[in-house]
Design a binder for this molecule. Structure first.
Ligand code: NAD
Ligand code: MG
Length: 397
C-alpha cells in the first residue's frame, strides 16, 4: 500500500485524486487530507477514506470538523489546523504528496515535502513559478521525486524517452534529440470573441471553460491565458529549457495535451479526454499504469482538431509571463502574486476582465524587487507584490 497525502483535497484536483484512489483502493491509502476551510466536504472525505490526519488551515473550521468527526464512529481521523501544522504534516510518515493547494499558499508545504524526500505530484504550478530554481534545487538536494500532474507537463513527460524520465531533473533534454516542446492550450472561453467585447466579460462567463472543469482561479487564468504563461514557466523549470524552446499552440478541443518535437521531424504527443484523473493516475502509478476512471476518448465521435497561434492582443498575460521569465526569478514571483490579487479582484467584481493583464503589467513594471536567495526572500517578494497590487486597487476606488 502506498500512503498518499492530498493537500487541497476539497478542490478540483483533490476530488479527482480521491476518485482515482477510490478506483484503486487496494494500492493506495489516504494518509492525510488538507484544505483551507471546507468543513462539510472535508468531513465527508474523512468519513469515506478514514485518513490518519485531516487538516483545515482555518482554526474555526478545524474546530467544527473536529466536533463533527467526534460524533462519527469508525472515523479515527485526528484533526489539525494552521499552516505550521500543514508544513509539519508535509514531512510525516507517508509516500506520495499530491500538491493541489491553489496559489502561493502551496509553496512552503511542498518545499517541506521535498526536504523530507517525498514523491511530489505537482499540480500547484504557482509554487514552482514563484520559486523556480530554489524549488528544483531542494528536490534534487534531498533526493525527492517530482512528477508533473499539470496535464500539459504530464503529456510532455509521457512523450519523452524513459531514459530521460528517470532522474530527468539531472538530464539535458537536448541530449535526447528533442528540438522543441509544443505546449497546447484551449484558448479559453473567449477564443472567438471580438476583442472589443472582452472588457465586459463577467466572472461567470470567464470561469465557464469549454472543456475542463477546474477551480475558479485557474479557470480565469485559462481565459486570460495566464495559465499558459505560468505553464510555460513551469515547463522551463521542469525540463530545464528557455522560453524559446517552447512553442505555444492553441488547440481548442483539448485532446492533444501537449507534444514533443524531435530533431528527425517526429512529433510525439499524449492524447486523451480532458480529464485530470488521467495525469493524476499516471503520476500515482509511474512508471506503471492504472485505471483512472476517466472516459476513453472516442476519435469517431470526437470531431476534428484545430490549431491556432495565440494573438498578443487577446492574451497579453501569456506574453507578460515570457517577459517575466526573461527578467528573472524575482519578476515571475511578482507576476504570479499580482495575478492572484487581480484574479480575485475580477472575481469580486472590482475590476474588468481586461484589467487583469493591464494591472499585472503595471505591477511588473513598478516593482523592483530585491534579489532572491532563498524561500524567505521569495515569500517576502510575494508579500510585497501583493501589497503593491492591493494598494493600486484601493487607490482607484
Ligand atoms: P480549487 O480552487 O478547486 O481547490 C483549491 C484547494 O486548495 C482547495 O482544497 C482549498 O481548500 C485549498 N486551499 C486554498 N487556499 C488554501 C490555503 N491558504 N491553505 C491551504 N489550502 C488552501 O483549485 P484546483 O483547480 O483544484 O487547482 C489546484 C492547483 O492545481 C492550482 O495550483 C492549479 O493551478 C493546479 N491545476 C489545476 C488543474 C485543474 O484541472 N483543476 C489542472 C492543472 C493544474
Ligand atoms: Mg494545465
Amino acid at each position: 500500500m502506498k500512503k498518499v497525502a492530498i493537500f487541497g483535497s476539497t478542490g478540483s484536483i483533490g476530488k479527482s485524486t480521491l476518485e482515482v484512489i477510490r478506483n484503486n483502493a487496494d494500492t493506495y491509502q489516504v494518509y492525510a487530507l488538507a484544505a483551507f476551510k471546507s468543513v462539510a466536504l472535508m468531513a465527508q472525505q474523512c468519513i469515506e477514506f478514514n485518513p490518519e490526519y485531516a487538516l483545515l488551515v482555518d482554526v474555526n473550521a478545524a474546530k467544527e470538523l473536529s466536533a463533527l468527526l467526534e460524533n462519527t464512529p469508525n472515523c479515527q481521523t485526528q484533526v489539525l489546523h494552521g499552516t505550521a501544522q500543514l508544513n509539519s504534516l508535509a514531512q510525516a510518515d507517508y509516500d506520495i504528496l499530491v500538491a493541489a493547494i491553489v496559489g502561493a499558499a502551496g509553496l512552503q508545504s511542498t518545499i517541506a515535502a521535498a526536504q523530507a524526500q517525498k514523491t511530489i505530484l505537482l499540480a500547484n504550478k504557482e509554487s514552482l513559478v514563484m520559486s523556480g530554481q530554489i524549488f528544483i534545487d531542494e528536490v534534487k538536494k534531498h533526493g525527492a521525486k517530482l512528477l508533473p500532474v499539470d496535464s500539459e507537463h504530464n503529456a510532455i513527460f509521457q512523450s519523452l524517452p524513459s531514459e530521460y524520465q528517470q532522474d530527468y531533473l539531472n538530464k539535458n533534454i537536448e541530449d535526447f534529440g528533442v528540438k522543441s516542446i509544443i505546449l497546447t492550450g484551449s484558448g479559453g472561453p473567449f477564443l472567438h470573441e471580438s476583442l472589443a467585447n472582452l472588457a465586459a466579460k463577467t466572472p461567470q462567463q470567464a470561469v465557464a471553460h469549454p472543456n475542463w472543469s477546474m477551480g475558479q482561479k485557474i479557470s480565469v487564468d485559462s481565459a486570460t491565458m495566464m495559465n499558459k504563461g505560468l505553464e510555460l514557466i513551469e515547463a522551463c523549470w521542469l525540463f530545464g529549457v528557455q522560453p524559446e524552446f517552447i512553442e505555444v499552440l492553441i488547440h481548442p478541443q483539448s485532446v492533444i495535451h501537449s507534444m514533443v518535437r524531435y530533431l528527425d521531424g517526429s512529433v510525439l504527443a499524449q492524447l486523451g479526454a480532458p480529464d485530470m484523473k488521467t495525469p493524476i493516475a499516471n503520476c500515482l502509478s509511474f512508471p506503471e499504469r492504472i485505471v483512472s476512471g476517466s472516459e476513453h476518448y472516442d476519435f469517431i465521435t470526437g470531431g476534428s482538431f484545430d490549431f491556432k497561434a495565440p494573438e498578443k492582443e487577446r492574451y497579453p498575460n501569456l506574453y507578460l509571463a515570457k517577459q517575466a521569465f526573461k527578467l528573472g526569478q524575482e519578476s515571475t514571483t511578482v507576476l504570479s502574486a499580482a495575478n492572484e490579487i487581480h484574479v480575485e479582484a475580477f472575481l469580486n467584481g472590482q475590476i474588468k476582465f481586461t484589467e487583469i493583464a493591464q494591472f499585472n503589467q503595471q505591477i511588473l513594471e513598478r516593482y523592483q524587487p530585491s534579489r532572491v536567495f532563498d524561500i524567505e526572500s521569495i515569500l517576502q517578494i510575494d508579500k510585497q507584490a501583493r501589497q503593491l497590487a492591493q494598494q493600486q486597487l484601493n487607490g482607484r476606488s
